[in-house]
Ligand binder design. Structure first.
Ligand code: CA
Length: 258
């Protein structure tokens, strides 16, 4: 029998509860420059997964069958993949094996049917980093995603400092000389990514690929617009344009406004 303190997923009332849970978790541990792929053919579950994961502050892409999921994971740079095993067109284990064979090494959490213990073994053998048996609690999946993100980033720190700029990834707050700077979520993600990779040139393509969902307007002009807004909001001149290559956040920007 399945015993747990709160009911497993399924049903709208429960979904609402999970959204509340996801929102609570978001405040505690938001990691905005992480992009996640969900491959799940069950429409309701897929929708619940996407909602909970995006509520937790991540960028999410989704696929409803094996071929689409395989293609996305093979061509896009995801930080974590949530992969169902039983999928139409191409099963999860084959997808995982093919990704690993072509050196796609992103962390993969597989979703297995509760009574199919053999799927867990086969999944781990195929290169899965973790698994969850259905039915599961959204909070548990989010915790496992956070664990994979932490492991992958290794040195991950809650606060990133860059001269007078300070970014707190837990509260999603940015300050400059102690003064809070109000940013939209897209501006925040962009600045967080640049600060995380400060000192090196980051191309527009890299920014678009890591920061935004697949159906986001991928025109690189969008990035220029966001960079322009960031420059207006940040009182120090920290974002350098490297002609033809992209942008670089200075390692040690000037302390005074320019
Ligand atoms: Ca399935």
């Amino acid at each position: 029998m399945y015993h747990s303190p709160s009911p497993p997923i399924g049903g709208e009332a429960i979904a609402a509860r999970q959204r509340a849970g996801a929102a609570r978790i978001e405040q505690a541990d938001e990691d905005p420059f992480v992009r996640i792929l969900v491959v799940e053919d069950d429409k309701d579950l897929n929708r619940q997964l996407v909602r909970a994961i995006s509520d937790a502050g991540y960028a999410v892409d989704t696929a409803h069958d094996g071929e689409e999921g395989y293609f996305l994971g093979d061509t896009e740079p995801y930080d974590v993949v949530v992969l169902d095993i039983g999928l139409p067109k191409m099963d999860g284990l084959s997808i995982l094996e093919q990704w690993r064979r072509s050196s796609r090494n992103m962390p993969v959490i597989i979703l297995t049917a509760r009574d199919r213990w053999s799927d867990k073994v086969a999944g781990m053998d195929a290169g899965a980093d973790d698994y969850l048996a259905k039915p599961f609690h959204m909070e548990e999946l989010l915790a496992r995603i956070r664990a994979q993100v932490r492991r992958a980033s290794g040195h991950a720190k809650a606060e990133i400092e860059c001269g007078p700029l300070r970014l707190d990834t837990k509260s999603a707050r940015v300050t400059c000389d102690g003064q809070q700077i109000k940013l939209t979520s897209h501006e925040y993600r962009l600045l967080a990514y640049l600060m995380h990779h400060r000192g090196r040139v980051v191309s527009r393509t890299e920014l678009v690929e890591h920061l935004y969902e697949q159906d986001f307007d991928r025109d690189s002009n969008t990035i220029e617009v966001f960079i322009g807004r960031l420059r207006k909001k940040i009182p120090v001149d920290v974002i350098e344009t490297v002609r033809g290559l992209g942008y670089r956040l200075a390692e040690a920007p000037p302390a005074n406004a320019t």
